[in-house]
Design a protein around this ligand. Structure first.
Ligand code: SF4
Length: 394
């Protein structure tokens, strides 16, 4: 064992509970979620309301290991249940059904049971910036996790560029060797001016340094980009500079994430004060076109895996799929304005997945009826309704 001040795990016989934080990346929907730190140590980005008013704290190695022990205890309890049901200790469908129908198991217990049943083997370490832990503590926690929880095939975490840039390559390699396979960085923008305005606390140069280090340390790297974050004022610079920075990093994944501006964010106050002009959906699509067209000389996979993205089919491997991604965008922009509006209504309302759905006659008829009803029933303009639909999950 490699955990706790005296080198031994603590907390045997503890209740089967452990902490989880509020969010995970879309690509980690099937992962076991474990929390090594609480909330965000930076917490200043103007577009982000996730951790506002929640204080940051590091969890001690002993606390983290107690949580890992809790997961271990749940897996043991599942084996015992399986034996009692004549399933030989295996986590079979009847065992999973028993967990969900008995009413005596917690949501956490069920989370672990589903994770183990699917055999997915992925783990996501929360919260916003686990790399803020010392390399020694992080590595010891990861080793303990792999020792106590069988079947793990990939461990991922969020990390901030400014934190990663301060870590040495050897420290990152130590964390990699202990089991961290993948890091998601919220790059958001490569433009220094946009980064300054949104208070990201980093620069394009630091993004490049951090991203290259992650790749050199042998980890898979996902960079999240937020189209529209420069507003109308900096849209072109945001697209071009973000592409420039990513061209210098060549990350494994570039993930597009929709900007929404809910009232709890400082960016909303800037919008109200007229200091930030939100792009329309169509201008955001034009910005994405410029961004994709400017990606050059890299082999990244572009993923549009955020459920609020307008065009999920902007997705593919560079360089070979670049033209196909641009064609998806052009197909949307070439639609007549009424058609684009119908598409946006359907997409924001969760009724359609892509432009081909507009060819489905019954779905199309329902959308057109919904448009007529909304125009007749609400005091708001249809554009306001579409915006409200897009904001409903933030
Ligand atoms: S670093 Fe991430 S979690 Fe923290 S405030 Fe910025 S966007 Fe939010």
């Amino acid at each position: 064992m490699d955990c706790g001040k005296d080198g031994k795990a603590k907390g045997n016989g503890q209740p089967m509970v452990f902490e989880q934080g509020p969010i995970r990346p879309p690509s980690e929907a099937s992962s076991l979620l474990l929390r090594f730190t609480r909330n965000c140590p930076w917490n200043q980005c103007t577009f982000c309301g996730v951790y506002k008013k929640r204080p940051f704290s590091r969890r001690s190695l002993e606390e983290i290991c107690r949580d890992i022990d809790a997961v271990h205890a749940i897996l043991e309890e599942l084996k015992t249940l399986s034996h009692s049901m004549g399933q030989g200790g295996a986590l079979t469908r009847p065992v999973l059904n028993a967990v969900f129908t008995s009413g005596s198991y917690s949501d956490l217990f069920r989370h672990v049971a589903v994770w183990a049943y699917t055999g997915n083997g992925t783990v996501f370490i929360q919260d916003a910036n686990s790399l803020v832990l010392s390399a020694d503590v992080f590595a010891r926690a990861l080793r303990y996790l792999k020792e106590r929880v069988p079947g793990i095939r990939r461990i991922t975490s969020y990390g901030r560029s400014s934190t990663i840039a301060r870590k040495s390559l050897d420290e990152l390699k130590e964390i990699r060797a202990a089991g961290l396979d993948q890091i998601h960085i919220g790059l958001e923008s490569g433009s220094d001016e946009v980064l300054k305005r949104i208070k990201k606390g980093t620069t394009g140069a630091e993004h490049i340094e951090a991203g290259r280090k992650v790749v050199e340390a042998g980890m898979s790297l996902s960079e999240y980009v937020m189209p529209g974050l420069g507003g109308q004022e900096l849209s072109r610079e945001h697209a071009l500079e973000t592409a420039r920075v990513l061209n210098a990093i060549d990350p494994h994944f570039i993930r597009l994430r929709s900007l929404r501006v809910p009232p709890r964010t400082p960016l909303y106050q800037e919008k109200v004060a007229g200091k930030f002009t939100l792009l329309s959906d169509d201008d955001t699509v034009r910005e994405i076109r410029l961004f994709i067209a400017s990606l050059d000389g890299i082999r990244s996979t572009v993923a549009s895996d955020h459920f609020m993205n307008l065009l999920p089919q902007v997705d593919g491997k560079l360089p070979q799929d670049k033209e196909a991604m641009l064609a998806v965008i052009d197909r949307y922009l070439d639609l007549p304005p009424e058609e684009r509006q119908l598409y946006r209504l359907g997409r924001r309302g969760g009724a359609i997945q892509g432009m081909d759905d507009l060819r489905n006659p019954s779905l199309r008829a329902r959308l057109e009826q919904a448009r007529r009803d909304l125009q007749a029933q609400t005091g708001s303009s249809l554009e306001e309704v579409i915006t409200q639909l897009g904001d409903q999950y933030v």
